[in-house]
Design a protein around this ligand. Structure first.
Ligand code: ATP
Ligand code: MG
Length: 684
């Protein structure tokens, strides 16, 4: 019986799905069935009697996990008493920490902070260094397992010394407030496991079969964590595509996939060479585009589908015209019976969604913004979340400060500063100080009126803690009765909208408690921090998302907007053209039947209108003829040829690789090696 669902796979896919013991690497291009293969493998393992709970499948997004679960259950039925664990790396980290946080002498009612919280905390610690730099540096340190002391020891420039200081303070702050950031969800489990061999063995023994989708986007820390999880066996199966590695900027390292066979002995490597997703035409343009990258293993996918319609290129005056064209097309598609879920619009830069959203709203089109945490980023919702955090974890000074005067209760910044200073001095959370200090002692710090207000606030929170334990269903009503939070938006200009958001949020919380009677408020908070998907409601909506968020997904009808230099590819400081091109490849290969690429001559962006040139990717993928500067060049190149470059002068070709109509040349110019497209040189 177990063979039935295997018949949906081709020979190589079957070989991979039926491989049981030992490490396995499936290395293959987009749409070749990697995800389908591991989903089937999951079903296969269960069908031959392997305990579902001993199988751990890690994905990159919640959406991917949900889809995989649905597909696996469709093969084997969902009536297992204990289902397999299928989630993102971060979610797995969270589940693990809920059990083992005590190993680090920390309580397990910690709260996850998001990027926005992280920035606020960092800004309070250090004002002069750009916060984006602090965020990315600290994240880098954590993901490469560097402690503040190690960073300090290695820092030569003063600025890095300073950042190391901030890093140290930031870590202390998280510890004191019992907060964890996204990186901690990987880092802390790693720390726990690497310091406790017995626990590591036990954990590894528990997860006998591990699978990882999108392995090309894992980082060093994830690799190390996987190593620990595999310490008692080598049943690790990973799938990936070097051409789709798009998280280099976040520390993901393609080395993980390139060195897999060295990391794990006796690996079976399976290559999949057919693409089942896209029409031949779409695939051909995607292939042409990615061939301009030098740094790749150089797979080429063969199509299995018919030629299909040609890829359309839309040229518009500005974003309004672009939106109008797309809306017209979308309406036509819907009128002809196409479902909203089969349509998606992708963009490289998130800000481009604004005019699109506006247009879709006006046109009354049902859409969803995938991967955006927009709802939870709204101020009133963040306030509520801060309240709930205080109720579940009173160590959280950060949340305390956010809401102590919301709604207004006369507690100003000076009072908060005094409380904070006391909290630092006594190494105690503010909440505990308010609790433990007598009214007189508290008077002495903040004055009589404030002291009374704080004591009342404390009592309310403690009452709510009790209510929460007694009846989760009554909790929200009592919360509202106590603080009049919703009512406080009554007469504000945008009060109506905010109250609607609050109602929606209360609705979510109630629903969560109904669906998960055994879970607590902190589970809810952590799940929203990780961004759960509620696909149910939105199944029929048209999707809009960044290319990053579209990884692994597929749509019958796809639009890619913003194909202009500067927007896609992003150019300039710190940008990586090869990674941008991989993003292009990811974007193109999401399309199954129809692909439309759109560019405009100008966009309103960051407060001003800017003129733009069309993306080089349009020419590179063969969608338009010629390009901005590249002239037709038909001569052929080989190692040893002498060439002349306008700026670098005479050089000798060391390596020549065919790339579309051109050659990618590695040229030695008087001792300096440079990679140059043949269109930019002449034979000498
Ligand atoms: P990506 O790199 O984008 O994540 P992938 O390699 O994971 O792609 P899948 O999403 O697993 O590819 O498969 C792409 C599409 O091809 C899916 O619609 C899948 O159902 C279909 N497919 C995969 N293998 C086969 C097969 N052997 N026969 C028919 N269809 C297949
Ligand atoms: Mg996939």
């Amino acid at each position: 019986m177990s063979e039935i669902f295997l018949s949906g796979l081709n020979e190589s896919q079957q070989k991979a799905a039926k491989h049981i013991d030992g490490s396995l690497l499936i290395l293959a291009g987009a749409g070749s069935g990697k995800t389908k293969t591991i989903t089937t493998r999951l079903a296969y393992l269960i069908s031959i009697g392997i305990d579902p709970t001993s199988i751990l499948t890690l994905t990159f997004t919640n959406k991917a996990a949900t889809e995989m679960r649905e597909r696996a259950y469709a093969m084997i039925g969902s009536n297992m008493s204990t289902p397999p664990i299928l989630c993102t790396f971060h979610k797995f980290g969270l589940l693990f920490l809920k059990f083992y946080m005590s190993e680090l002498k920390r309580k397990n009612n910690f709260i996850i902070i998001d990027t926005d919280d992280k920035k606020r905390i960092l800004r309070t610690i250090e004002k002069d260094i750009p916060v984006a730099m602090l965020v990315s540096e600290i994240s880098k340190y954590k993901n490469t397992l560097l402690t503040p002391t190690q960073v300090k020891a290695g820092a030569e420039l003063k600025i890095y010394q300073q950042i190391a200081d901030v890093y140290e303070k930031y870590e202390n702050y998280l510890l004191k407030n019992n907060l964890v950031d996204f990186d901690d969800l990987l880092l802390l489990p790693y720390k726990i496991l690497s310091n406790n061999e017995a626990l590591a063995k036990e954990t590894s023994g528990k997860y006998q079969y591990i699978m990882v989708d999108e392995y090309q986007d894992t980082n060093e820390l994830q690799y190390k964590l996987l190593r620990l999880l595999c310490m008692t066996h080598s049943n690790l199966c990973v799938v990936g595509d070097d051409d789709q590695s798009i998280y280099g900027w976040r520390g993901a390292t393609i080395k993980n996939i390139l060195n897999f066979t060295e990391h794990f002995e006796n690996t079976l490597v399976v290559k999949l060479e057919e693409n089942y997703r896209s029409t031949d035409t779409i695939l051909d343009h995607a292939n042409q585009l990615i061939e301009h990258n030098r740094d790749r293993l150089g797979k080429r996918l063969i199509g299995t589908r018919a030629k299909g319609d040609s890829v359309r290129v839309y040229e518009s005056h500005d974003e309004n015209e672009e939106t109008r064209k797309i809306i017209l097309d979308v309406k036509k598609l819907l009128d002809s019976g196409v479902r909203g879920r089969d349509i998606a619009v992708l963009f490289r830069v998130n800000a481009l969604s604004r005019s699109l959203e506006e247009g879709f709203n006006k046109a009354g089109l049902n859409y969803k913004l995938v991967g955006g945490m927009k709802f939870y980023e709204r101020a009133e919702i963040k306030d509520l979340i801060a309240y709930f955090r205080i109720i579940t974890n009173s160590y959280d000074n950060f949340s305390f400060k956010r809401i102590i005067n919301k709604p207004k209760r006369g507690i100003g910044k000076t009072t908060v500063d005094k409380l904070e200073a006391k909290s630092v001095e006594l190494k105690k959370p503010i909440f505990e100080i308010i609790d433990e200090f007598s009214p007189d002692e508290l008077n002495a710090i903040v004055g009589k009126k404030n002291s009374r207000t704080l004591k009342v606030f404390l009592a309310s929170i403690l009452d709510l803690k009790d209510t929460l334990e007694e009846s989760k269903m009554r909790f929200l009503d009592i919360f509202e009765d106590t603080f009049d939070f919703r009512a406080s938006f009554e007469n504000l200009p945008d009060g109506f909208e905010r109250q609607a958001n609050i109602d929606e949020f209360y609705g979510y919380v109630r629903d969560y408690f109904i669906q998960n009677p055994l879970l607590e408020l902190d589970n809810f908070l952590n799940e929203i921090a990780l961004g759960t998907e509620d696909t149910e409601l939105e199944n029929e909506a048209i999707s809009m998302m960044s290319i990053h968020a579209s990884k692994g997904l597929e749509y019958k009808n796809l639009f890619i907007i913003g194909m202009e230099e500067g927007f896609f590819p992003i150019v300039g400081d710190g940008s990586d053209t090869e990674e941008e091109r991989r993003l292009g490849y990811v974007a193109f290969t999401r399309a199954m039947d129809n692909l439309t690429c759109s560019f405009v001559h100008s966009r309103f962006y960051k407060g001003k209108r800017t003129s733009l040139l069309k993306s080089r990717f349009l020419a590179e993928s063969g969608l338009i003829k010629g390009s901005l500067m590249i002239q037709q060049q038909s001569s052929s190149y080989k190692k040893g040829d002498l060439v002349q470059h306008k700026i670098f002068g005479m050089g000798r070709v060391q390596k020549a690789v065919k790339a579309g109509k051109d050659f990618k040349l590695t040229i030695n110019f008087g001792g300096t090696k440079r990679d140059i497209l043949s269109a930019f040189v002449e034979k000498a």
